[in-house]
Design a protein. Structure first.
Length: 584
């Protein structure tokens, strides 16, 4: 029977707890994936813009300088003289050096530019930004000229990938050359970019190892790519997609990749970005791990709740049967049933009502209540602040380390602490005069002065005639401690605390006032709720409030007044008759 109810509860708890968890994590995972894809897309756009900007800067700058040279008749004539072996005059030499400086400055400003060539149709010489005038017949790099000659005259701009042999002992250097026909002269300007250096520039734009970038020519062949990029045949992909690649998912042996492309019409090149699905998985992995841990925790909680509730209910059923049996024999029930708040409580309330109608039960309840209150008073009395004792012992230890055994402040602290401990462990039901309570409080103040120095100043405003009245022990020290810990010390400045005890009509009023940090209205309401929480285990204000209510009534509870930045006042009052000399 118990197993049947256990599985029924397990199923109910499972539906209540796990289904919302699944839905919550599904929605959360959806937003995480979308956020990550948007973030990656934004980074890709920035990177593609940066690559395109670098290309534009180089090409546009070179073309701008080319336009300046070709639009300047003197520069054009000097360039033609150089290429035709004509004797150059002094002015031509100046223009020659100017052309060389202009082109070299462009190459030097971008580390990946290898060289810039100026060539006029029909000549066997060309101008090289690195070496000056060079012969086509003897220069080691001339395949660019063959490409230029093969271009359709209607094509003004072009780019191709080629290899340059710098030395017979070294491997050919891969070069990416941008061609631009001159506007006023019949010729071309060729910008040679070292692909290895250009790829290094592209690598600096990659923020994640799962990202890759490609530069493609008009035939969708790879001109340059970032380090670690997968080899992809782009020509077949672009044939299938007439509008280019936009959020195109490609599955390869290395994994699944998302491709985005951007067409650069001027030179008929395409920029492609790629990121791996693994990048999104890496971002989602912590959430999935947390999800599985949550599921395991939920299963444990479901099992625990199902087992404990089923077991308690069956114990309750057994207890109800025993109580009915004892009730039939007019015997009181000695077993205490825990309150669960379900259908069994209805049965138990009826049983309890039968016992409450008898004189025996009333006397038992009265005696039990007296014992509970007495035990509660005693327990509350003994709940002296452990932090205070611990901090005091620390102070003693520090003093002992600093001093050399000479009777000084350490002895004073020990004596005051001994008096306080002796005072606090006395039977809580025995009253103490207000004068003795103040004496104990001053001993507490002495110890705190050793801890915090002159950071607080405590002074007393007490009607002398009231010192003969009797109160419960340890009512004032928690209030003073609260003002120091939460009012004065957090400000980091010297603060003032006033203990004011005065008579008003037939009541004696107690108030602890400080000019410390104070509280907002919201914090004051939260504190008021904690103080009046009967289940609170607090040993400070809640402790004092409970003792006051148990001893003198609810109207004697603590009241709190506070304003942020100005200070706090904690007060209570006791009927004069309750404090008469010798009254217990």
């Amino acid at each position: 029977m118990m197993k049947k109810f256990f599985f029924r509860r397990f199923k109910n708890y499972f539906l209540i707890m796990l289904l919302p968890t699944f839905l919550l994590y599904a929605v959360l995972l959806f937003f995480i994936v979308n956020k990550e894809i948007n973030s990656i897309s934004t980074k890709e756009n920035h990177s593609l813009n940066s690559i395109e900007t670098n290309i534009n800067l180089v090409v546009d700058n070179a073309l701008y300088q080319q336009n300046i040279m070709t639009n300047n008749p003197q520069l054009s004539i000097s360039l033609q003289k150089m290429l035709m072996f004509h004797e150059m005059e002094y002015g031509d030499t100046i223009f020659y050096n100017s052309i060389k400086s202009i082109l070299r400055s462009i190459a030097d400003s971008h580390s990946y530019i290898d060289s810039i060539y100026l060539y006029l149709d029909g000549y066997d010489r060309f101008f090289n930004s690195k070496n000056g005038l060079c012969y086509l017949s003897t220069f080691n790099d001339v395949n660019w000229h063959d490409t230029y000659q093969s271009l359709d005259p209607s094509v003004n701009q072009w780019v191709n990938k080629r290899y340059v042999e710098e030395s017979r002992y070294l491997e050919d250097v891969p070069i990416m050359t941008f061609y631009q026909r001159m506007t006023l002269l019949k010729g071309v300007i060729a910008i040679n970019i070292n692909i290895s250096d250009f790829e290094k520039m592209m690598d600096t734009l990659v923020s994640n190892s799962n990202e890759s970038y490609y530069l493609l020519n008009g035939n969708y062949e790879i001109l340059a790519q970032t380090e670690g990029a997968e080899s992809i045949s782009f020509s077949s992909l672009f044939e299938k997609n007439d509008n280019g690649l936009k959020n195109y998912w490609l599955k390869t042996e290395a994994g699944i990749f998302n491709l985005s492309s951007r067409y650069y019409e001027d030179f008929n090149i395409t920029l492609v970005s790629s990121f791996s699905l693994k990048q999104i998985w890496d971002q989602c992995k912590p959430s999935l791990v947390l999800f599985f841990l949550t599921i395991l925790l939920d299963l444990f909680v479901i099992f625990f709740l199902s087992y404990t509730t089923t077991k308690k209910n069956f114990q309750q059923i057994e207890h109800v049967i025993n109580v009915f049996s004892e009730a039939e024999n007019n015997l009181p029930s000695n077993a205490a049933l825990p309150t669960i708040g379900d259908e069994y409580d209805v049965i138990m309330n009826n049983v309890i009502n039968m016992f409450l109608n008898t004189t025996l039960l009333n006397s038992q309840l009265a005696e039990q209540k007296y014992r509970e209150e007495n035990a509660q008073l005693y327990a509350l009395q003994l709940q002296i602040n452990p932090h205070f004792l611990f901090n005091t012992l620390q102070t003693l230890n520090l003093e002992a380390l600093r001093l050399s055994g000479t009777p000084t402040s350490m002895n004073t602290i020990i004596e005051q602490l001994s008096d306080i401990l002796k005072y606090s462990i006395v039977n809580p039901n025995s009253p103490v005069s207000l004068e003795d309570e103040i004496t104990y409080l001053k001993k507490y103040e002495t110890i705190q002065k050793y801890r915090f120095g002159e950071q607080f100043i405590l002074y007393y405003e007490i009607d002398e005639e009231l010192k003969k009245y009797f109160i419960m022990r340890l009512l004032l020290q928690p209030l003073i401690e609260n003002s120091m810990a939460h009012g004065i010390l957090p400000t980091g400045q010297i603060g003032f605390i006033k203990l004011k005890i005065f008579r008003r009509a037939n009541r004696i009023c107690f108030a602890v006032i400080d000019n410390g940090a104070g509280m907002t209205k919201k914090k004051k309401e939260a504190l008021h709720k904690r103080i009046h929480d009967l289940q609170s285990r607090s040993i400070g204000l809640s402790n004092v409030n409970q003792r006051l209510i148990l001893k003198y009534g609810t109207e004697c509870g603590i009241r709190v007044q506070s304003k942020k930045g100005m200070g706090t006042c904690i007060s209570f009052s006791i009927p004069l008759g309750e404090m008469a000399e010798g009254v217990d």
